[in-house]
Design a protein around this ligand. Structure first.
Ligand SMILES: Cc1cc2nc3c(=O)[nH]c(=O)nc-3n(C[C@H](O)[C@H](O)[C@H](O)COP(=O)(O)O)c2cc1C
Length: 208
């Protein structure tokens, strides 16, 4: 994946862009993008090695370039790659959910990922959950294009947001006043290739 290409896509002015139909390159690029979207799957097993911060920064840049209502950007995004944090909050999680940790594949409460993105929303902004979802979609698709696996995690975020025993870990995220943790994104180099789960194509259709 050409990183420079990703960044150009974020900054190119409209007047420099040719119409999508006009070049074979645009068609080829379209195919690659569609293939990337169709092949993304939630990954729940990761290689042990971490993801470099330069790579994570690109994911953050892709995330904050998502469309959002009136450009209010009602999100706060935090990246944690410190094993002490990940293992520490996982110990709290295990103390509350001892059965889950009995799974032989269990390494941590973020589906075993070495790096976690935390996404919080500003509930005072009416579109903040939609905006954060779009940000998360950008991040997960960009990650896949760069050879990374991801998994969106609502349960891990709800645990940290609501469990009093996890309060110190919520505090460490240093979220703005009033913001609420909405979801996490597990990020890492994939150690599995899950098959696609079936989709119900009738849920999206044309009206004549
Ligand atoms: C809002 C949201 C919350 C999710 N929460 C969890 C979760 O807590 N744990 C988990 O393993 N997967 C979670 N997922 C992943 C979904 O289970 C997964 O996207 C879905 O089954 C479709 O599979 P796919 O992503 O491989 O296409 C979540 C996904 C979304 C969008």
């Amino acid at each position: 994946m050409c990183i420079a290409g990703i960044m150009t896509g974020c900054s190119q002015s409209a007047s420099n862009q040719s119409s999508p139909e006009s070049t074979a390159t645009a068609v080829d690029t379209g195919k690659v993008v569609v293939e990337n979207i169709m092949a993304r799957r939630s990954v729940r097993q990761y290689k042990d090695y971490p993801v470099g911060r330069d790579t994570m920064q690109i994911l953050l840049d892709c995330g904050i370039n998502a469309p959002n209502g009136m450009n209010k950007q009602p999100w706060a995004v935090r990246v944690i790659d410190d094993p002490e944090y990940i293992n520490g909050v996982t110990e709290v999680f295990k103390s509350v959910n001892p059965k889950i940790a009995e799974d032989p594949g269990f390494k941590n409460m973020f589906r075993n990922a070495p790096t976690v993105i935390f996404v919080a929303n500003d509930p005072a902004a009416s579109s903040s959950q939609i905006d954060c979802g779009l940000l998360g979609g950008n991040i997960m698709l960009a990650a896949r294009a760069m050879g990374l696996g991801t998994c969106c995690l609502g349960s891990s975020a709800a645990f940290i947001q609501n469990e009093p025993k996890a309060a110190e870990y919520l505090k460490k995220l240093d979220l703005p006043e009033g913001y609420e943790l909405l979801f996490c994104i597990a990020v890492g180099y994939p150690d599995e290739s899950p098959a696609a789960k079936e989709r119900d194509a009738s849920k999206a259709r044309f009206i004549d």
